[in-house]
Design a protein around this ligand. Structure first.
Ligand code: 4AD
Ligand code: MG
Length: 482
């Protein structure tokens, strides 16, 4: 954990170390680190204020460094006591100096006995009063929701997961590569893309009834990327093992608890790798994320376990320590048909699996994460490797209880002729993907990769009900306020 936060003055000079600020999480932990008795300064935002009859004011303050607030005890004898206490309302930002003491009261191990408190920014009429607010309401207040316990915990767990992702791939010798956000091609071939243009939409140049894209900055239609995969394949067929981690965009009109129009995806791509190797990587990777978050975000995870989804910690522990179930799509269809369940969407070979089917498999049938492989070619993207049966592809989805799909990936079609045929069958223009085809002409190799949705995995880990609550500023249909 960081020990101190140095503050920056306007002129860019650091203040001296004596004036450094101590994160509240460290003050809360002072009994374990021998910091009791030390003089520190803390800075944060007031959560609550309570004045006792004896004329002492207790401020609960949080600076985002941890779940637990710091109790700052402000004695009546402090200079400016009345004015400071009056202004230290919920939401106000303060800077306080004093001594860390062992708390004589229940509820916290340590507290700060203030010697001076400065109101940095006042906050009269803070709109999020102490009562509980619904997550729906808090979405309309996305500028203040990080100050609540739940969204603070989500932000820290999301940070932990991101860090864990980078650390895992770094340790495994993967190269972190950056793929473009603006692209000319549809990586998924599904046509769910936001268009990007520098042209004035009110005065579009038209030639022969069609928009003249030669006037555009790029001279052709361009889009926000739905996936960095195709470019990651370029890098993998030179650098062997790479991953990209960035924002991706889907212009699909899905109003579900699992879909965002803008989300973050981590996409490893591995040369000289087949579907089995990829499934092994996905399982090892996910287990590592789960155990890291249990170890390193224990306090926040205890909160989710207590307040959001009882049992989540135990189930993550179990998942991190047991094998995922692996079965083919065809086997899954048989399981679903034998289940005797009355599903809303019919189950037949060739049908795309719906959330209800995925949840049946992971929650009821197996009670574990499931890696489903070898889907029908018609329901999967053009780049997935055709199996010898000629009707399935070497695809892989990882499904987890509660959320469903968190990873989608495949072995890629490395055979030029087969890829060309699959592109044409999917209605894609091969000329447009000439560079992608070239990779199959110059030293083609079996290779495979997957995409993990960051929000889907944070959704799963925290047990939050809606994916909109695990990204600070969700973009969904008709919603882009912040
Ligand atoms: O299954 P998808 O569409 O796969 C791809 O994009 C591949 N090109 C990845 C690859 O092989 N490199 O998306 C991958 C993952 C999904 O499993 C899901 O976790 C997440 O991205 N995802 C979404 N997350 C939130 N909102 C959406 N609308 C999402 N669509 C996909
Ligand atoms: Mg998918």
């Amino acid at each position: 954990m960081e020990t101190q936060r140095l503050q920056w003055h306007g002129k860019g000079s650091r203040v001296s170390i004596e004036e450094a600020t101590t994160p509240i999480a460290r003050v809360r932990d002072a009994l374990n680190t021998d910091m009791v008795g030390q003089q520190v300064r803390v800075q944060g935002w007031v959560r609550t204020k309570r004045t006792s009859k004896a004329g002492v004011t207790f401020l609960e303050v949080n600076d985002g460094s941890g779940l637990r607030n710091l109790q700052i005890v402000v004695p009546e004898s402090m200079p400016d006591y009345a004015a400071v206490v009056d202004a230290a309302t919920t939401g106000a930002s303060i800077s306080a100096s004093g001594m860390i003491i062992q708390s004589p009261a229940e509820g916290q191990e340590t507290e700060l006995r203030a010697e001076s408190v400065e109101i940095v920014g006042s906050s009269p009429e803070y709109p999020l009063a102490k009562k509980r607010h619904s997550f729906e309401y808090l979405r309309t207040m996305a500028h203040l929701r990080p100050r609540t316990n739940t969204f603070g915990a989500v932000a820290r767990v999301r940070n932990q997961v991101s860090w864990s992702i980078h650390r895992y791939f770094h340790e495994q010798g993967f190269l972190y590569v950056q793929t473009p956000i603006i692209t000319g091609s549809d990586a998924e071939g599904a046509g769910q893309m936001f268009q990007v243009t520098s042209m004035d939409l009110k005065h579009l140049p038209v030639s022969e009834g069609l928009v003249d894209f030669s006037e555009d900055l790029f001279g052709r239609p361009t889009y926000l990327t739905v996936s960095g995969q195709l470019e990651a394949e370029i890098m993998a067929t030179a650098m062997s093992s790479v991953y990209t981690f960035g924002p991706t965009f889907r212009a699909e009109n899905s109003n579900t608890s699992r879909h965002l129009a803008e989300f973050w995806m981590v996409e490893p791509e591995v040369a000289f790798c087949d579907l089995d190797g990829l499934a092994d990587l996905a399982e090892d990777f996910l287990k590592r994320i789960f155990s890291d978050v249990l170890n390193e975000s224990a306090e926040d995870m205890a909160f989710f376990n207590q307040r959001i989804q009882p049992g989540i910690v135990e189930s993550l522990e179990r998942i991190a320590n047991s094998d995922f179930v692996r079965l083919t799509y065809t086997e899954a269809i048989e399981v679903l048909q034998r289940s005797g369940r009355d599903f809303e969407f019919p189950v037949y070979w060739g049908a795309d699996l719906q959330a209800e089917h995925e949840r049946y498999l992971t929650e009821i049938q197996f009670d574990a994460p499931v890696i489903l492989t070898d889907y029908p070619a018609e329901i999967k993207a053009f780049y997935m490797r055709l199996n010898p049966d000629g009707k399935t592809v070497a695809a892989m989805d990882v499904l987890v209880p509660g959320v469903g799909e968190i990873i989608g990936g495949s072995q890629r079609e490395e055979r030029y002729d087969v890829l060309l045929r699959r592109m044409k069958e999917s209605g894609l223009d091969p000329e447009h993907y000439w560079w992608y085809l070239d990779l199959r002409r110059f030293g083609s190799v079996p290779h495979a990769g997957f995409g993990l949705g960051l929000e889907r995995v944070v959704h799963f880990i925290t047990g939050m009900q809606n994916i909109r609550d695990v990204i600070p500023f969700p973009r969904t249909p008709k919603n882009v306020e912040f």
